[in-house]
Ligand binder design. Sequence first.
Ligand SMILES: [Mg+2]
Length: 181
Amino acid sequence: MNKVNVVIEIPKDSKIKYEYDRRTKQIVVDRILYGSSSYPLNYGFIREALDWDGDELDALIISDQTFIPGCVVPTRIIGAMEMIDGGETDTKLITVIDCDPRYKHINKLEDLSKHTLLEIRDFFENYKNLQDKTVEIKGYNSIEWAMQEYNECVELMNKYKDLPKADFVKKMMIEHPEKYK
Ligand SMILES: [Mg+2]
């Protein structure tokens, strides 16, 4: 089953990098994006899945609407963008809104326009340029790859949800060096 609830952190077209803090349960303004670009899509996380960077697994939502931070959007996973941020695996699941009949026909990455995929990639490749930080995009992956990643991250959350972020990353770097560089 590829249906997941995504908790919104950042609305589409925002330059504000809101981040949810799992410990305090608050949405914090981490920064305003340094460059001129803004988020091309609504962006959030999957509460039950912990990614290798110690944060919840990230997700982008295909929808033309703009959602408020903190709300929950029902979605379908249709693929993933494989990304390394600051040396840590930081996958972005690509999802599509699951309660809008206008998007019923979108069920895999190939159903999106090629340009949409280029735009998402371009945003993440460049959004940290003025911070002198580099992000490596390895490319897009299928729904099967994305589901495997999701399931793996659910397991990580079940096992390690109570471990502080820094301790989790330190432990995973030793146990799964392939996820870091
Ligand atoms: Mg992340």
